[in-house]
Design a protein around this ligand. Structure first.
Ligand code: SF4
Length: 487
């Protein structure tokens, strides 16, 4: 290691120690929170070059909310010191010092392919689940397929080594049910301890023992699925599930593991999701650090329940609620479709800083909500390739071209990022200009959906109405507020 690199390594250790020491002292916490907020504002808003000012401000509000929610839970002991330290280690290394004393995998990828790699992938190692919720995209069956542990490990290693990923999302099926070759996902989380894992789970299997194992690891955060209070949650997930979630949340708080809630908005629970009371319950009482808000997508079994999908008017109401909760209450919430400004639009197709999705059959899809694929890990591995090769399929390339044209490549005047979704918000375009002939449907439902004229008519009408409702908000609230001042 050269002298310069050794100096950088020492700096990393110093920064990490400083943050770790101050974060656990009340006075230090206030100082460091204030400092982090100031530097975040400076780098995201003041120093951003010719970006829409309001887009950058929303990103700032989001990071500020995340910091505040995390610091508050540290203070309450809901995030233990050990876990807090581990998160700081991983984040400092991944975001502030990676590449400072060695060429990072991300840089190597960029030099080789001419664009930055995706920041993460979503991996669903199993379709098996202990619940059967109507509308779930996993359409889970009890004896559903799983990837073998060797394949899961190979995927994680490639994401780590080739794409330089230090963050990964595990979905399902139910990840805590996964078992193969005598191993579970704990073996992955333990081995890849310089990565941070967000795990979507129904939570029901997280007993005290599992919670304490997660606390020891310190690099996993469960996002627990729920619909609302007891009535909404039990209606979709089954009787007694809400009470079970309260118990699980208590296990996680006691162990000091940060966790979040994953909410699916439908026409049935929208009224709950528009109430402050629900978010106050989640953040103040249950102790979540973040909320990921999804809106029911009419794919998988949800094709059958498309009448549960939010109307365009309800989606706009939820967008306004999100802005209010983020800016006025500093609640860390991201709404997968209404928060498109946080990610500069759609993040699918392995876009730079974005993601892609691998399911239990090894099919490689652009997004969890786009159930079509060209490549499969087994076939790639047979040909001596890696998961990175899937990023260069015609399907993925067309998707990235659309993202670029829509706004990602011209961020001073993007199209309406209040409807960023390449499939749901622009369905006709998706079928015509992104989906390739070679792309295969993931399952029977996806196959029926893509051939159905009625389904296309339904989504096209949704998209047109949504454009009518949001174009004026986009112009008034984002475009008209101008650009950040740096040239
Ligand atoms: S395709 Fe839609 S759901 Fe998927 S990342 Fe893009 S915006 Fe999000």
């Amino acid at each position: 290691m050269s002298e310069k690199h050794q100096t950088n390594k020492r700096k990393e250790q110093l920064i990490t120690t400083l943050i770790k020491t101050s974060v656990f002292l009340p006075i230090g916490r206030t100082v460091i929170l204030d400092y982090l907020e100031r530097i975040t504002f400076k780098s995201i808003v003041e120093n951003a070059r010719r970006r829409l000012k309001e887009v950058q401000k929303k990103k700032f509000y989001f990071i500020k909310a995340l910091l505040r929610c995390a610091f508050k839970n540290l203070e309450r002991g809901y995030i233990s010191k050990e876990v807090g330290k581990k998160i700081i280690d991983t984040l400092v290394r991944a975001h502030w010092t990676e590449g400072k004393y060695e060429i990072s995998a991300r840089e190597k990828f960029k030099n080789k392919y001419g664009f930055g790699p995706p920041s993460f992938l979503v991996l669903s190692p199993t379709q098996r689940c202990n619940l059967r919720c109507p509308g779930c995209y996993a359409a889970a069956k009890r004896n559903a397929p799983s990837l073998s542990f060797s394949i899961v490990e190979r995927i994680v290693k490639e994401a780590h080594d080739i794409l330089g990923n230090r963050f990964m999302v595990i979905s399902g099926g139910e990840p805590f049910m996964y078992e193969s070759e005598g191993k579970t996902l704990f073996d992955i989380w333990e081995k890849y301890n310089d990565m941070f894992f967000l795990v979507y789970t129904n939570g029901t299997l997280i007993n005290k023992e599992i919670a304490s194992k997660l606390a020891k690891l310190g690099n996993v955060t469960p996002a627990i699925s729920m619909e609302g209070f007891e009535e909404d949650t039990d209606k979709r997930r089954g009787k007694g599930i809400f009470k079970k979630i309260l118990e699980v949340a208590s296990n996680l708080r006691e162990a000091g593991v940060p966790f979040g809630a994953s909410l699916t908005a439908t026409r049935e629970n929208i009224n709950t999701l528009l109430k402050d009371e629900f978010y106050e319950f989640l953040f103040e009482k249950l102790g979540v650090t973040y909320i990921w808000l999804f809106q029911l997508m009419p794919i998988g079994r949800a094709r059958i329940v498309k009448e549960l999908m939010l109307t365009p008017e309800q989606r706009v109401a939820l967008f306004k609620k999100w802005v209010y909760l983020l800016e006025k209450k500093s609640y860390c919430i991201a709404d997968f479709w209404n928060s498109g400004v946080l990610s500069d639009g759609c993040i699918a197709y392995g876009r730079t800083g974005g993601y892609f999705y691998i399911d239990w059959n090894g099919n490689i899809m652009p997004c969890v909500f786009i159930p079509y694929y060209e490549d499969n890990v087994f076939q790639l591995y047979k040909e001596g390739k890696t998961i990175a090769d899937a990023l260069f399929s015609e399907f993925f390339k067309r998707g990235r071209k659309w993202q670029d044209e829509y706004g990602f490549a011209h961020q001073s005047n993007p199209n309406n990022w209040l409807m960023p979704c390449s499939i749901r918000d622009h369905y006709v375009n998706f079928k015509k200009n992104i989906l390739t002939k070679k792309a295969k449907p993931e399952d029977r439902d996806a196959s029926i959906a893509i051939k159905s004229k009625n389904f296309e008519k339904f989504l096209d009408a949704f998209d047109k109405k949504l454009a009518e409702l949001t174009d004026s908000i986009w112009k008034r609230e984002y475009l008209a507020k101008g650009l950040t001042s740096k040239n």
